[in-house]
Design a protein around this ligand. Structure first.
Ligand SMILES: Cc1cc2nc3c(=O)[nH]c(=O)nc-3n(C[C@H](O)[C@H](O)[C@H](O)COP(=O)(O)OP(=O)(O)OC[C@H]3O[C@@H](n4cnc5c(N)ncnc54)[C@H](O)[C@@H]3O)c2cc1C
Length: 313
């Protein structure tokens, strides 16, 4: 018996991945619903300017997010502005998405595009100065620190790679490492240590960032001695990049997928997970580069795979 559902395809998350998937799915004539709990556009709405999406020299994150949503809805996809509270998998292979304390939608296939959230380190002022001196993405924001000093928090591979990348812009890069050594492969550590623009503060944490509209004081703690000290700067003359990892938002589907070492959902090249009909796209996947363009690419592939899956039912 044919599967009876409310829609063909449900998409969990209205970011770059979710809306890209929606555009491909709706254009393939699948009835498609996108669930979005916050601003359409996802993480990019938290950044002022996107300057690395092909064909668009410069655009605000909020504007790009709105364009994704308008484009998807113009092709026939629907957005429901709710938070999905639970996902279940029925015996016939369809999926239930529950929201608004009991409302359910059933779909033949599901694309999980719920994104990832940068992991904060938790110093005082971190949230206040997010986007105004505190960043979680060197690829995105590095060029705004041209000829300025930057501090990179973290001693892992990402922190080292991003610290090296930031030397392309910054006048100086100071790596701030909690312990007395890096936790990265020796090859990349050697490149960091040999770089003329990079210095390292070992056994050090940032405990506070303060100032007025823009930050001007960093309070460091020497973890070996417990001593705290301040460094003062001209407001806006420096930045702090935090690379404490990202947390993919997988909580609703952990029973149906395998997770990679970075906590992201493992998929094959067609964005399929281990559960038939369940696909993942964007930052929620286990992947190397978390950017708008890779999220959009994943979404297009996932929707194409979902279409093939549904047609074969
Ligand atoms: C500050 C910052 C600046 C950045 N700048 C750039 C840049 O300049 N260029 C670039 O290419 N990339 C940039 N990035 C990275 C880029 O934003 C991400 O790679 C991209 O947005 C990932 O898209 P996504 O659709 O996979 O996930 P997201 O954008 O995270 O979207 C996921 C969506 O799912 C929704 N969601 C999650 N759970 C639920 C639920 N239960 N119910 C309903 N909705 C749910 C969320 O609300 C969110 O809107 C930046 C990231 C940050 C944090």
């Amino acid at each position: 018996m044919a599967m009876q559902t409310d829609v063909d395809l449900a998409i969990l998350g209205g970011g770059a991945a979710g809306y890209s998937a929606a555009i491909y799915a709706a254009r393939a004539n699948l009835s498609t619903v996108v669930f979005e709990q916050a601003m359409p556009g996802g993480q990019i709405t938290t950044t002022d300017i996107i300057e690395n999406y092909p064909g668009i020299t410069s655009i605000s994150g909020a504007e790009l997010g709105m364009r994704f949503q308008e484009h998807a809805e113009a092709t026939g996809a629907e957005t429901r502005y709710v938070s999905v509270e639970a996902v279940s998998h029925n015996e016939d292979g369809s999926f239930n998405l529950s929201y608004d304390a009991g409302t359910k939608l059933t779909a033949k296939a599901l694309i999980v595009a719920s994104g990832a959230v940068p992991r904060p380190v938790g110093f005082k002022g971190e949230d206040t100065y997010k986007g105004r001196g505190v960043s979680y993405c060197a690829t995105c924001d590095g060029m705004f620190y041209k000829d300025k000093q930057v501090f990179v928090i973290g001693g892992g591979n990402a922190a080292c790679e991003e610290g090296l990348f930031l030397t392309n812009f910054a006048s100086h890069v100071c790596m701030v490492i909690r312990r007395n050594d890096f936790r990265a492969p020796q090859g990349v550590v050697n490149r960091v240590l040999a770089h003329e623009k990079i210095s390292v503060k070992y056994e050090t944490s940032i405990v506070e960032l303060s100032g007025d509209a823009l930050p001007s004081t960093i309070t460091f703690r020497n973890n070996a001695t417990g001593t705290c000290y301040n460094e003062e700067f001209k407001p806006g003359s420096f930045g702090i990049f935090v690379f404490a990892g990202t947390d993919p938002v997988t909580c609703l589907v952990t029973d149906f997928v395998d997770l990679g070492r970075d906590g992201g959902i493992q998929t094959d090249e067609s964005m399929a997970t281990k559960t038939p009909g369940l696909f993942a796209a964007g930052d929620v996947r286990s992947k190397r580069l978390r950017q708008v363009i890779t999220a959009a690419s994943d979404g297009a592939i996932a929707a194409t795979s979902a279409y093939e899956y549904i047609k074969a039912l």
